[in-house]
Design a protein around this ligand. Structure first.
Ligand code: 6PG
Length: 223
C-alpha cells in the first residue's frame, strides 16, 4: 500500500498556492489526455482562497466540468451553500457547473446527482477534513461510509447544516487524483492518524493513498 504524497507548507498562504497549483496541473493534464476535465469541489472555510488562486492559474475553462464532492441541502443562494461559495470565489469562464438539485431534498438530490455524474471518472477531487476526521460529508460512524454507489443523502450531519449529499468513498477513490487540504492545530491529531494508515473511524484515512496528495500547514502536521 503506497503512502500519500505530503506537501508541508509554512502557512495558509503556501497551502492555498500549492493546492491551487495541484488543481491547475490536474485540469491541464486531464484536458490534454482526455479532452476534458472533471473536478469535484469542496465546501468549508479553507477552500475559498484556493478557488480565488485557481481562477488566476486557469484563464480558460472550456471542457472543464465542476462537480461537488458534497453539498449542503440549502438553497443555492444560501450563505451555507457550497455552490454559492464556489461561484463567488472561483472565476471559471466557459466551465460547465453541475450544482446539486437541492430543491429535491437530500434523497432526491442524491439520486439525481448520482444519475447525472454516473460513471464519469473524476480527474481530481478537492477534499477538506474536519477535526473529527470527516471528509466531504462522510462522517465517522455514519452508514454512508460503508455504502456503495455514487452519491448519498446525509441527514443529522454532526457539522451544520444537518442535511447534505455526499459522493461515496468509492466514487472518490475512483478518481485519478485526490487532494486533501488540511490547516490548523485542531486537525493535527486526526491528520496524524490519516498519515499513520487507513482506519474505519477516520474517514479521510480511507481515501486511496496511492492517489492522495495531502497539502497541510505546519500547525496541522506538527500537532
Ligand atoms: C463541508 C465540507 C467539509 C469540509 C471540512 C473542512 O461542506 O463542510 O465538505 O467536509 O471540507 O469540514 O472544513 P473547514 O475547511 O471549514 O475546516
Amino acid at each position: 500500500m503506497s503512502d500519500p504524497t505530503v506537501s508541508r507548507c509554512a502557512d495558509d498562504e503556501a497551502v492555498v498556492d500549492r493546492a491551487a497549483q495541484v488543481l491547475a496541473t490536474a485540469i491541464d493534464a486531464a484536458r490534454a489526455v482526455r479532452g476534458a476535465a472533471h473536478v469535484a469541489l469542496s465546501g468549508g472555510s479553507t477552500v475559498a482562497h484556493v478557488y480565488e488562486r485557481l481562477s488566476a492559474l486557469v484563464p480558460e475553462w472550456s471542457d472543464v466540468h465542476l462537480w461537488y464532492g458534497d453539498e449542503r441541502v440549502v438553497p443555492l443562494d444560501d450563505a451555507e451553500s457550497t455552490h454559492r461559495l464556489a461561484t463567488e470565489h472561483l472565476v471559471a469562464p466557459g466551465a460547465t457547473w453541475h450544482p446539486v438539485a437541492v430543491e429535491l431534498g437530500p434523497e432526491g438530490a442524491a439520486e439525481a446527482y448520482a444519475a447525472e455524474l454516473g460513471d464519469t471518472v473524476l480527474d481530481v477531487a478537492l477534499n477538506g477534513m474536519g477535526p473529527d476526521g470527516h471528509t466531504a460529508s462522510l462522517f465517522p460512524g455514519f452508514p454512508q461510509l460503508e455504502q456503495e454507489g455514487v452519491c448519498l443523502a446525509v441527514r443529522d450531519s454532526p457539522k451544520p447544516p444537518p442535511e447534505r449529499v455526499t459522493l461515496t468513498l468509492g466514487k472518490f477513490n475512483e478518481a485519478h487524483r485526490i487532494l486533501l487540504v488540511v490547516t490548523g492545530a485542531d486537525k493535527a491529531p486526526m491528520l496524524a492518524r490519516v498519515l499513520a494508515g487507513p482506519e474505519p473511524e477516520v474517514p479521510a484515512s480511507l481515501l486511496d493513498r496511492g492517489k492522495l496528495e495531502i497539502v497541510a500547514d505546519e500547525e496541522a502536521l506538527n500537532g
